[in-house]
Design a protein around this ligand. Structure first.
Ligand code: MCA
Ligand code: AMP
Length: 416
């Protein structure tokens, strides 16, 4: 609820459309914040459609320019509250056209769509490509393994996060035969392990095409459709996208092969963060390059490798989780002195969240109460899968918490 109020208030939304099941709470919330609430259910029913039917069938189209805003997508940050990334009509359109070309989408394609539509991947990459190419899609409410297996023989393409691939590989029904009608599997949003890439090809004969993007930029790079799709890399910058590797301290471009921060510029790059000029200036340079916060290198054959993150970020099953947001809540709980939230390897989600807590002197915080407080404040996927109480946090000589030490200590919690 706290998160929703913030999004509604910050965006200045005047209409909130929700599922009928949430209508009661959402309408109250919307009204409190000066907005109107309408419902739209998966079967097409709801007050929004009722009202639409009661309005004239013919409406005059309002002309839009390429630079006009098309959407705000909220993305969290290392310093607390979410930022509304302002995407323009051209950001979305240029990326959709580029991906149609690069990934060879046509009106013969059928996309098996099992991604959530509240993120760039499922919302824009998947649906805009389909709309731009005139393709069709099998639109699923969520990734349900049985349903995906049931529908795969009817589809030609699928876009997913690495968890989709590992879940499919974990099921004996996922075979070369089942995927014989498919022509392309695209993966992104989180690193795909090279071993998953290899296993996938061995099982199905399909080589996954991995690409790299962000909410602020849509898609930046992609492995080639026709050339070698190289495991462990995210391919080449898309046409029209410039990518450089820079020194995080000086911003100077580094020689090829060296690891530095990834910066991108192109028609896909957003306009800035809604009503946050300082945050915009910190990440989007005046010359148009966006500092992604990812660390990478470009190899001798120009493939881009993502080697880490220059931002304190956990990616769980393709969802981004900024530890700071959870730490602020943990630190606020009775008996808690301080906390550190880390991501540790997880067989299904890639990474998952662990909260490490230090008690105040002579206090013993009630971990169940702490969990309940987190549940109240944050969406389910951000909840730590484990909370551990320690005497003190490891720190370096500057007093900074050494999360790498914590990750080493708790790294095998879910994998051994
Ligand atoms: C669900 N849960 C999760 C996650 N998903 N917890 C942590 N991380 C998650 N990703 C919770 C559920 O609420 C449930 O809670 C419990 O974990 C077990 O859920 P399960 O049934 O196993 O999960 P699921 O419902 O099958 O979902 C897993 C999923 C889903 C299919 C991998 O998370 C998913 O669709 N991820 C895709 C995310 C995505 O589209 N990212 C793109 C971001 P309980 O036990 O309480 O019931 S856009 C982006 O990153 C850029 C632009 C890009 O490059 O694409
Ligand atoms: P978001 O903030 O949800 O837009 O997530 C964007 C982040 O997801 C990027 O900054 C990367 O850290 C990560 N990401 C996206 N695609 C990949 C990929 N193929 N490999 C590794 N990380 C990725």
């Amino acid at each position: 609820m706290d998160e929703l109020s913030y999004f509604i208030e910050n965006s200045g939304a005047s209409l909130i459309v929700c599922d009928g099941k949430s209508a009661e709470t959402m309408t109250v919330l919307a009204n409190e914040l000066g907005a109107r609430g309408e419902t739209l259910n998966a079967d097409g029913s709801g007050t929004l459609m009722d009202k639409a039917r009661a309005t004239p069938q013919q409406c005059a189209a309002v002309a839009r320019r390429g630079d006009d805003l098309a959407a705000f997508l909220y993305t969290s940050g290392t310093t607390g509250r979410s930022k509304g990334a302002m995407l323009t009509q051209d950001n979305l359109l240029s990326n959709a056209h580029t991906l149609v070309e690069e990934w060879r989408f046509t009106d013969k394609d059928v996309l098996l769509h099992a991604l959530p539509i509240f993120h760039t991947h499922g919302l824009f990459v998947a649906t805009n490509v389909i709309l731009a190419a005139g393709s069709s899609m099998v639109f699923m409410p969520k990734f349900d393994l049985d349903e995906v297996i049931r529908w795969m023989p009817q589809a030609t393409t699928m876009m997913g996060v690495p968890t989709f691939s590992t879940r499919l590989l974990g099921d004996a029904r996922f075979t070369r035969n089942l995927s014989a009608h498919m022509r392309l599997f695209v993966s992104g949003s989180a690193p795909l392990l090279a071993e998953t890439h290899v296993q996938f090809e061995e099982r199905t004969g399909h080589r996954i095409l991995e690409r790299y993007g962000m909410t602020e930029t849509n898609m930046n790079t992609s492995n080639p459709y026709d050339g070698e799709r190289r495991a462990g890399t995210v391919g080449f910058p898309l046409p029209g996208v410039e990518l450089k590797i820079t020194d995080p301290e000086t911003g100077e471009t580094l020689p090829d092969g060296e690891v530095g921060q990834i910066e991108v510029r192109g028609p896909n790059v957003f306009k800035g963060y809604w009503q946050m000029p300082e945050k915009t200036a910190a990440e989007l340079r005046a010359n148009g390059f966006f500092i992604t916060g990812d660390l990478g290198r470009v190899d001798a054959e120009r493939y881009v490798h993502i080697v880490g993150r220059n931002k304190d970020l956990i990616i769980s099953g393709g969802y981004n989780i900024y530890p700071k947001e959870i730490e602020l809540i943990l630190d606020d709980q009775p008996g808690v002195l301080e906390s550190a939230v880390i991501g540790v390897p997880h067989p299904d989600f890639g990474e998952t969240v662990v909260g490490v807590i230090v008690a105040q002197k002579d206090q013993s915080p009630d971990l169940d109460a702490v969990k309940a407080a987190v549940q109240q404040a944050l969406a389910r996927f951000k909840h730590p899968r484990k909370l551990v109480l320690v005497e003190e946090l490891p720190r370096n000589t500057m007093g900074k918490v050494q999360k790498n030490v914590l990750r080493d200590t708790y790294g095998a919690l879910f994998t051994s």
